[in-house]
Design a protein around this ligand. Structure first.
Ligand SMILES: [Zn+2]
Length: 64
């Protein structure tokens, strides 16, 4: 019985499902692109939550 194709299809689906959704944004200040998932987090004054900032200039304003 030939089921090679079925196995390959299963592997492909698995790879796609594992792929993390990327959120590429453009820094407003230095115009560099960075991924929000990989961006350093910075505590914002007045807020409990940390916000992702630009790895280059630590600016938290970005264009998505
Ligand atoms: Zn920047």
């Amino acid at each position: 019985m030939e089921n090679k194709n079925d196995v390959a299809q299963e592997e492909l689906t698995h790879t796609v499902a594992q792929d993390v959704e990327r959120k590429i944004v453009l820094c407003y200040r230095c115009l560099s692109c960075y991924d929000l998932n990989n961006a350093p987090l910075k505590t914002v004054t007045g807020l409990k939550n940390k916000e992702p900032v630009c790895p280059n200039c630590s600016c938290k304003v970005y264009c998505s």
